[in-house]
Design a protein around this ligand. Structure first.
Ligand code: ZN
Ligand code: MN
Length: 162
């Protein structure tokens, strides 16, 4: 279990401010992997005057201190779950869903050893990404869903045609 937000922030040597604590609390309270804009919306329900800039800076600090994870992609998404796990991304709606780390064991462990052995690397961690369609999108046509979604379309193209 993670330390309470106040203690977690102090433990890494950051000053405890109201916005900082609320940012960490809301990111930990959701498994939707929100963007900075969405985190801002959630924080403002409790601290109406907080700016997007403040939320963004605090997210960056929390990521730098390892209290929040940032997911790679065309638009930064944040994850308050710092335990080992993977993600499934829906290519149509952009939803990101947690995949338990143990689900990919022991295959991922074997892969790590092989990668380490091949290059004489010391592998500290690895990431496995899953892509496809979520249940809500499985029946949809590609064209309709992608129209007007420039960012997702880019993501899609980058994955299909790297
Ligand atoms: Zn979907
Ligand atoms: Mn996650």
């Amino acid at each position: 279990m993670d330390a309470a937000p106040d203690a977690a922030i102090r433990n890494v040597g950051l000053r405890l401010t109201g916005p900082r604590r609320v940012v960490l609390e809301v990111v930990r309270a959701t498994d939707s992997h929100p963007t900075a804009e969405v985190v801002h919306r959630m924080v403002r329900r409790r601290l109406p005057r907080v700016s997007l800039g403040t939320v963004y800076r605090n997210l960056r600090l929390l990521v730098a201190e390892g209290l929040v994870k940032e997911l790679p992609g065309p638009h930064a998404r944040f994850d308050g779950n710092t335990s080992d796990h993977h993600h499934f991304t829906c290519l149509l709606c952009g939803r990101i869903v947690d995949v338990d780390g143990p689900l990919t064991e022991p295959h991922s462990r074997a892969l790590c050893s092989r990668v380490a052995a091949q290059g004489d690397f010391s592998v500290t961690h690895h990431r496995i990404e899953f892509y496809g369609r979520c249940p809500a999108c499985r029946g949809k046509s590609n064209r309709g869903a992608l129209r007007g979604r420039g960012r997702l379309h880019q993501l899609n193209r980058a994955i299909i045609h790297p």
